[in-house]
Design a protein around this ligand. Structure first.
Ligand code: ADP
Ligand code: MG
Length: 254
């Protein structure tokens, strides 16, 4: 259990009967999910089960066709057109991807200051002070003048984390943040995420790192073919899975 998580107030994420199709492919089926403030939810499931699509719906990177999705009081509608709610969600929700997606032509510092300056209109001085603090927090303050290609994968992913945090997100989404990393670099990224969880950040994390999931998650959600078939505390899901799909998935990955 994460001691810093005090579920309270209105959930940050509220998903009701969400359905998502890619053409004839029904990718998410009647997803119901609430994420409370400060809660850490880890999403697990086989490749192709819809984990990325679910995460991407939460910050409006994917449209959905039926159901309701509310993020920090902002309602995204089915077949959502560009809306004020979508804009707000984009600035309030941070995302870290498997491929770090840093801007290759910008220094580490400029990667972190760009959105605060452009989107929030912060002064360069203020944005750079924040960048320095965040880069220090993720252990790479001395890399600020380098370019992404000069860094290891683990360092690049920590820049991506600092860049997301610079927008002071209400919610952080992670989609397999360590899957593209060499094994010796996974720990440093998980450490930074662990720290963030301890500080009370609300997080939705897709990962195959089951040890990390067990340690950091308040709740684990197992998705099979676009449906949530099981969820619970990590010790419930990992040690005593009820659904046979969960059992066979865990038998393969644990
Ligand atoms: P996961 O992240 O669990 O591996 P995804 O959410 O990426 O799964 O994909 C779920 C299903 O949706 C898969 O069958 C995948 O092939 C399909 N899919 C994902 N993105 C697209 C897309 N842009 N267009 C068509 N099909 C897609
Ligand atoms: Mg995925």
């Amino acid at each position: 259990m994460n001691p810093a998580s005090h579920a309270q107030g209105e959930p940050i994420v509220r998903i009701d009967k969400l359905n998502k199709h890619f053409g004839s492919l029904h990718v998410l089926k009647n997803i119901d999910l609430e994420v409370a403030q400060g809660e850490v939810v880890v999403v697990i499931g086989a490749s192709g089960s819809g984990k990325s699509t679910l995460i991407r719906c939460v910050n409006g990177l994917e449209e959905f066709q039926q159901g309701a999705l509310r993020v920090d009081g902002n309602d995204l509608k089915p077949d959502g057109k560009a809306s004020q709610a979508l804009q707000t969600i984009r600035t309030e929700v941070g995302m870290v991807f498997q491929q770090f997606n840093l801007f290759p032509h910008l220094s580490v510092r400029d990667n972190v200051t760009l959105a605060p300056m452009k989107v929030r209109g912060e002064s360069r001085d203020k944005a750079e002070a924040t960048a320095e603090r965040l880069l220090d927090r993720v252990g790479i303050k001395d890399q600020a003048d380098k370019y992404p290609t000069q860094l290891s994968g683990g360092q690049q992913q920590r820049v991506a984390l600092a860049r997301a945090l610079a927008m002071e997100p209400r919610l952080m989404l992670f989609d397999e943040p360590t899957s593209a990393l060499d094994p010796e670099m996974i720990g440093e990224v998980l450490d930074a995420m662990r720290e963030l969880a301890r500080e009370g950040m609300t997080m939705m994390i897709v990962t195959h790192e089951m040890g990390f999931a067990r340690e950091v998650a308040d709740r684990v959600i197992y998705i099979h073919k676009g449906e949530i078939v099981e969820q619970g505390k990590p010790e419930e899901v990992f040690d005593n899975p009820q659904n046979e799909r969960t059992q066979s998935f865990l038998a393969r990955v644990l």
